[in-house]
Design a protein around this ligand. Sequence first.
Ligand SMILES: Nc1ncnc2c1ncn2[C@@H]1O[C@H](COP(=O)(O)OP(=O)(O)OP(=O)(O)O)[C@@H](O)[C@H]1O
Length: 764
Amino acid sequence: MTAKKHPDYKGEVNRLELTKEYIDKTLDATETYQKIYSDNIKEAMIELDYLDSSQSYINILINNKFMEMAEKNFESLTKSRNKPYFARIDIKQQTKDLDQFYIGKTSLFKAEDGTPLIIDWRSPIANLYYESRLGETSYEAEGQTQQGELILKRQYTIENGQLVDILDIDITTNDTFLQASLEAHADQRLKDIASTIQAEQNRVIRADMGKPLIVQGVAGSGKTTIALHRIAYFIYTYEKTFKPENLMIMAPNRLFINYISEVLPELGVERVKQTTFIDFMVEVLGNKYKMIDPTNTLIDIIHRTGHDGSNKDIESILWTIRFKGSMDFKGLLDEYVKDIETQFIPKGDCSLVGYTVMSETDIREMFTKDLNYLPVYKRVKLLKAKLSKQLKQVEKDLLKEIEEFYDQKIDRLRVQVEATEKRRLKIVSLLDRKEEKLETVKKAAKVAVKKYIDRLPKLNVFEYYNKLMVEEGLFELYFSRHLGQAAPLANTNTLCVQTAKLLKEKKITVDDYAPIVYIKSKLFGFDENITVKGLIVDEAQDFSVFQYYVLKHILMTNVFTLLGDLSQGIHSYRGINDWDELREHVFGRENSTYLTLVQSYRTTIEVMNLANRVIRKLNNPNIVLAQPVIRHGQRPEIKEFAEKLDLLKTLHNTIIELKKENFKSIAMICKTKQECVLVQKYLSKHAKIETKILDEKEENYEADVVIVPSYFVKGLEFDVSIIINIEEKYEDIELDIKLLYVALTRPLHRLYMYHLPNMMPLLS
Ligand SMILES: Nc1ncnc2c1ncn2[C@@H]1O[C@H](COP(=O)(O)OP(=O)(O)OP(=O)(O)O)[C@@H](O)[C@H]1O
């Protein structure tokens, strides 16, 4: 307890006690109110039974709302009881008294006079804690910029409601709180970092929400953590206009979603939609097609790539994936859709017994000009309504004409011809003919519009996509029309044949979602309104430009936050290689914000230096090296073994030692799944250590000893990583450099690398 040594210790203890007392009082009051609201509801229910009064309904609704609010308040206050705040700032304005603000995860105001006992870390004034140094400063308060002097910045460690440590930050202090937080051992979940957010991270969290934000952040720079804090900040700032359920966070897989899931409630945020790109696309399409797992493609590439990184066999596969994610494909589809649109209206007028209801020219005009703001099939509905309306008029006119025609004939007979049996028969026959004609028109009118509409094409979105793949020369036609050059036949042929083959089996790949959803948006639109109005994407480098274009196109919002790292782009054959390209094609350079994070918080200097040595091999000038925060640890232990058995025995001993040292999460990272299985079998048989292999099928995991293939470890972190190479090696090629880099940047504290001879050329 070093807090006692601080000169303000007594004052601070008193303040803490006062705050806790106030929280207790507020909790008591909330409980009492909860009881009152609940009694009110019961009473209103009874009245409802007897009187069926609408006033009772209203009472129930109001009291329910109050109950909800009281419960929410109760929950957040109970949570904050043991640690009401973590920092304090003092500000002096020239003419005013000194203002003291205690900053916590939730705010608390005195009911009597509204003075703040605790302010929320997301409030404008708390920004000073993260951004400002001591001295003259300006800040936002009550909607205005104020000038003042930041006199004090103080941090607290409070455990179980007791003051353990106090630390005043001056210009020279290192962030010891940050250090302490980074030294902790990892359980299986990410944690909230409200008390130690760094200035560069704070800028990302609070960046303008009205503009798309792209963040390039090195491994361990807190991208995932910040994404979650930005959501919390957003919901706090736009509480009145934005519902949490309108926000969506997109993560690479369900395991990852689970991994991050507990931080949001910690930050007081619930009901935010959490999904993967694939799940969201399925929801939007409502399709029954089976998805080929994208990891399989990556595994395929890992296995088939030659030592020089090239392989003729997979070149056209890679071209296919790249093309499907490119804006060129969008351009090609635009040409295709344009033709569908112009060829949609069949030859000939819509007519009723030979009379024109609407001419082909007029229909075409209406369809392609007046209604062209709508998706094609939505236009059909309006066209149908228009035809039906016109038909009614044409039918009415026709019926009238027929009536008049026969009535005139009959009248003439009556006037001009003597009333004989012959005349009577003639009149009867005319009446019959009239009836017959009228019937014919009425009958034809019933089906005229339907008959016309039935002539319009009736394919579904998958059939349209399939048509593009199977109809001879169609793909190539639109390719050359859009790009102004001949299609590379070997590649387009592979693309079309493979896609058609899968579609026939009712299967698609992840790369087909963007084009199919795009076609759907242009031809069919979406029946249900998509309620997502803001999107946060983690591991953003793995998505293609076209996928982003489609997301932006269907969500119709600017509230986009993308966080990613090009160095970790192990799916770069489909994903982003250059953020500029994305800004240019999807968000607009001027209309989007680009920020970078270069500090890395996860791992030690020793581990990060080694990882940087590896990523440098990419020789890519776009790649920024991570700067680790000053935290030292053991040097990475790199060991070569002559025999597989020796390696596995040492591995076994290392795990036992690490467990004794109380490391909670230990991950063995192998390049491929096969290697993982091999290690798992050995550990189970010879060392009686049961392990779990984390892969794409896994949705949950507990902090323990796990084995993970290199391509699946992205985004996760462990106390210790042990990189093992017994069958596969990381070659000096882009994909392997990135895979190894990702593996190297996973541990918080220790790194081991065990390999057989010549298995680690990247470190030689
Ligand atoms: N300001 C901070 N205070 C305390 N811990 C932090 C801070 N920033 C990041 N961390 C910690 O650093 C680690 C890495 O964070 P996170 O996983 O969010 O980074 P990332 O950029 O998403 O990493 P990667 O891209 O490598 O997966 C986490 O343990 C996180 O809690």
